[in-house]
Write a protein of this length. Sequence first.
Length: 146
Amino acid sequence: MKTSWKKRVGQLLLEIALTTLILVGIKIFMEGMYLLGVPQQEEVTRVTLSYPQRTQEIKEVEDPEEILLAVQLTAFLKYRPLAGADLADQPLVTITYYTAEGKEITLSASEDTVWWKGRAHPLKHPGNFIKMTEGIFFLPEVQAEA
């Protein structure tokens, strides 16, 4: 019996979809999952950063280039989606993004954990985010004080 061309096309599309899902799953397993829902740089009007172990001041950023850096820093917060986070861990850095619509979007991170949308996730590459945040936003202040 002949298989109709519609059925063959449907089978091909199903195979492509399954292959894509498998490849995306492997990529997430190998490289980690990005935080979903981070605002785009164009949506953000200002950003506040706090790093209490380095300085007690809360740094406020309104320059578009620094806002872009603060948004792009979230790329260092890839996490392992199916692993459990250390619940005893405490945040070291907190970043709050303020959007033009008046929303406040906050994330916190330690060396090993990111807190996002009320959940803790273990980082795929521990320590990278803290080092980058410190180097970009808090290191110049330390050098100026010395």
